[in-house]
Design a binder for this molecule. Structure first.
Ligand SMILES: NC(=O)c1ccc[n+]([C@@H]2O[C@H](COP(=O)([O-])OP(=O)(O)OC[C@H]3O[C@@H](n4cnc5c(N)ncnc54)[C@H](O)[C@@H]3O)[C@@H](O)[C@H]2O)c1
Length: 259
């Protein structure tokens, strides 16, 4: 019996990376899956989830656009009639110090990462409130907890996700809805593949070295934590920001550790 047997899980950003890994893992644990993404999932991703889940469907929506989100959540409810778990994994990176970031780029990053989390949660919460149950997991970041050089918009958006998570935990806890977020470190996904381009490998190595485990994380390792937070094992966990960061935020290493 899977840990999400019979449950309905909505996963945004499900066409790639962490959202894709959540869709597959949640399907393996018995959930029916609704994947929401602005892009179509690759065929192999769609097939893997379809083969594993009792029932799965995908719909395209831009999480920045309320009408598009409302339609997508309406499709989920028409098909499944309820929403037990929501993982807000749609997101984008964004680079530049404050004086280098165009206002339009700021809006793009903050709108997808923060407003998108708000909008999808808003529409899913209507169903969760009526059910008096549900679990939401937002993808924040270590960059929602600590500053990072030249990541002004991304830092601000992820800091916002951490506090929005706590806000929702307060507002919906007494209605039986739990809300937590994950703060991953460097995870190997298409988002971080940009650091494999020639000239950026040094920064990639340096970033990975700041993780005490000295390796990048895998999307499956983040999905396992999302699964924990959505499962009954986390029934008394809400308002929490769980780091999944290989020790990035543990502190500072001052020299090579012998041995
Ligand atoms: N990869 C990492 O190192 C890392 C670390 C910390 C946090 N995160 C966060 O985890 C989440 C997933 O990241 P990932 O690494 O899997 O990235 P990814 O690029 O592999 O996947 C992101 C997905 O979001 C979708 N998306 C983007 N804009 C959208 C929009 N407007 N509407 C709907 N879907 C949209 C993309 O199409 C894509 O499928 C993001 O919120 C990211 O900020 C990632």
């Amino acid at each position: 019996m899977g840990r999400l047997a019979g449950q309905v899980a909505v996963i945004t950003g499900a066409a790639s990376g962490i959202g894709g890994a959540c869709a597959l893992r949640f399907a393996q644990e018995g959930a029916r899956i609704a994947g929401i993404d602005v892009n179509e999932p690759p065929a192999e991703q769609r097939d893997a989830v379809a083969k594993t889940a009792g029932d799965a469907f995908w719909t395209r929506a831009d999480v920045r656009d309320e009408a598009s989100v409302e339609r997508a959540i309406g499709e989920v409810l028409a098909r499944f009639g309820r929403i037990d778990a929501l993982v807000n994994a749609a997101g984008v990176s964004g680079y530049g110090a404050v004086d280098q970031v165009d206002a339009a780029e700021w809006d793009r990053v903050v709108d997808i990462n923060l407003k998108g989390t708000f909008l999808v949660s808003k529409h899913a919460l209507r169903a969760m409130k009526a059910q008096r149950s549900g679990s939401i997991v937002n993808l924040a970041s270590i960059e929602g907890l600590e500053g990072m050089q030249s990541q002004a918009a991304y830092n601000a958006s992820k800091g916002g996700v951490v506090l929005l998570t706590r806000n929702m935990a307060i507002d919906y806890g007494q209605l039986g809805v739990r809300v937590n977020c994950l703060c991953p470190g460097f995870i190997e996904t298409p988002m971080t593949n940009v650091l494999k381009t020639p000239g950026l490998e040094g920064i990639r190595r340096q970033f990975i070295d700041l993780h005490m485990l000295r390796r990048p994380g895998k999307p499956e390792e983040v999905a396992a934590c999302a699964l924990f937070l959505c499962s009954s094992d986390a029934s008394f966990v809400t308002g929490h920001a769980l780091v999944v960061d290989g020790g990035f935020t543990a502190g500072r290493r001052l020299s090579e550790v012998p041995g």
